[in-house]
Ligand binder design. Structure first.
Ligand code: ZN
Length: 485
């Protein structure tokens, strides 16, 4: 095989979580609604109705642009993209791709151990179409609940060179969007969908390879698989000295391959023209307002976690990446700060809580396939647990059992420790007495230890733990035992 290189660009649709739709007052979210109940004459495309732009959707599009260091033109325009389809009752979609609200911008990603900047071409705001549903007798039914819901379309430059980079970019973008609070970007509910452009060429070739588009991928896994498949398919064609056709393909997830949908010759001419019912939107005031609303972004948060808590880069990034996890972590730490008895060592507690979340909590979530939002352990209870471990009330091993029950029942750590009678024996006088009894009962083992048999020490510890039903604080046991021996 010759050496090839891949060029990938993405178009990402994200449904904004505004209360109402893009150009009317109908409900934006209709996950559980019956078909055609979240509709009105505007989004059903009745003649004579007028669109009124959703101010929140415009604000959020510009907020996203600012978070991506993009240029915001002084004004932008809505336009009509004309095509006929049964789920598009107006026979045109209102979009803003020609004079978009956001131009350029970029996002840094870390893929394959390297930092890379992925540039954006632009971001525009538009309305979604409805949905066609096919029933058992193969009738096509139209559901207009989704018609007119606000979408931002993020169009990248062809800056990615592998499926891995494209996936990491998409994940980083989702994390940013969730930090901004402008969309849940929940892929199962179709809040975030990807179209990809993939082209392959021989390494060093002057001309770009032929661009193939694959539409409507709605998970990171699909995104990755579709790119890997296209890469291989195009390489195989080039190896056979065959031409790659410029076309749009669809992804068949069950077959794990892309299938031709339409060639370039059949491409639509959308007859774009300015939307006559909506004037140009001036942006300067919005930019001012949104600059004040920019929250801490994931990459800034990760840097702060590194410096404030002394985390290594990986732990800081994995925690800061998920807004819910990051907020949970800092809330827990706040509770610890308010109730820890010892002189509070912030970094020490931060590491304990973060590591516990990254291993035990994430482990439990994976085990039960629960979402983070569903967990029943309140930050306050997580703080209780961290303090109990740190202050030696329970051992690390006991803590796992306590946490398992917290996860299951939502009960507080201290309540469970009390219930299970788990409190560690930290009373030195009581422990001294028990340890002396164990030593008196095992003179030969003591003799062995004094003759240099290291293993004897472990045996004695085991005897002491057995005698206290595992409730002796191991650290104190070790200290006393060493002293006595
Ligand atoms: Zn409506």
């Amino acid at each position: 095989m010759r050496e090839y290189e891949t060029t990938i660009g993405l178009e990402i649709h994200v449904q904004l979580k505004t209360k109402s739709k893009m150009f009317c007052g109908s409900d934006n979210f209709s996950v559980d609604a019956k078909p055609n109940t979240n509709v009105c004459p505007v989004c059903m495309g009745f003649p004579g109705t007028l669109p009124v732009p959703n101010v929140q959707a415009i604000d959020w599009t510009i907020l996203l642009g600012l978070a991506l260091n993009a240029e915001i033109p002084k004004e932008f325009n809505f336009e009509r993209k004309n095509y006929f389809y049964p789920d598009l009752p107006k026979a045109y979609q209102i979009s803003s791709a020609t004079n978009p609200p956001v131009i350029g911008g970029s996002l840094k990603i870390f893929a394959g151990g390297e930092e890379k900047e992925v540039h954006l071409h632009h971001i525009h705001l538009e309305e979604d179409a409805g949905k066609l549903v096919h029933d058992k007798s193969d009738n096509a039914l139209v559901d207009l609940n989704r018609a007119g819901t606000p979408l931002v379309e993020i169009v990248t430059e062809p800056d990615m060179a592998s499926a891995e980079e494209a996936k990491v970019f998409a994940q980083s973008l989702r994390s940013l969007i969730r930090h901004l609070g402008i969309s849940d970007a929940n892929m199962e509910q179709g809040n975030m969908r990807f179209d990809i452009n993939v082209s392959v060429r021989k390494k060093g070739a002057k001309e770009m390879g032929t661009k193939v588009e694959v539409k409507n991928l709605n998970s990171f896994k699909m995104l990755e698989r579709a790119i890997l498949f296209e890469e291989q398919r195009q390489k195989d064609l080039l190896e056979d000295v065959k031409k790659v056709a410029q076309e749009t393909r669809g992804w068949d997830d069950s077959k794990g391959k892309t299938l031709s949908q339409r060639s370039k010759e059949e491409a639509n001419d959308y007859r774009y023209f300015p939307e006559p019912d909506i004037p140009s939107i001036a942006t300067q005031e919005i930019v001012k307002k949104m600059k004040d609303q920019l929250p801490e972004l994931p990459q800034e948060k990760a840097k702060r976690f590194e410096s404030e808590y002394g985390f290594d880069k990986r732990l800081a990034e994995s925690l800061a990446d998920d807004i819910e996890m990051a907020e949970y972590f800092e809330k827990t730490l706040e509770h610890v700060e308010n109730s820890a008895k010892d002189s509070f060592d912030k970094r020490k507690y931060a590491k304990r809580v973060a590591n516990w979340m990254a291993t035990e909590l994430v482990g439990k979530l994976n085990e039960t396939s629960n979402e983070f939002a569903e967990i029943r352990v309140e930050p306050e209870n997580m703080a209780e647990l961290a303090i109990a471990i740190e202050e030696g009330t329970i051992s690390g091993k006991q803590a796992k059992d306590v946490f398992a029950e917290m996860f299951e029942t939502g009960k507080g750590a201290l309540a469970i420790i009390e219930e299970k009678g788990m409190k560690q024996i930290t009373d030195t006088d009581a422990l001294e007495k028990i340890i002396q009894e164990v030593l008196d009962a095992n003179p030969k083992v003591v003799e062995d230890f004094k003759n240099g048999k290291e293993k004897a020490f472990g045996f004695l510890v085991g005897q002491i733990m057995a005698k206290t039903h595992g409730q002796a604080n191991p650290k104190i046991v070790n200290e006393i035992l060493k002293k006595k021996l």
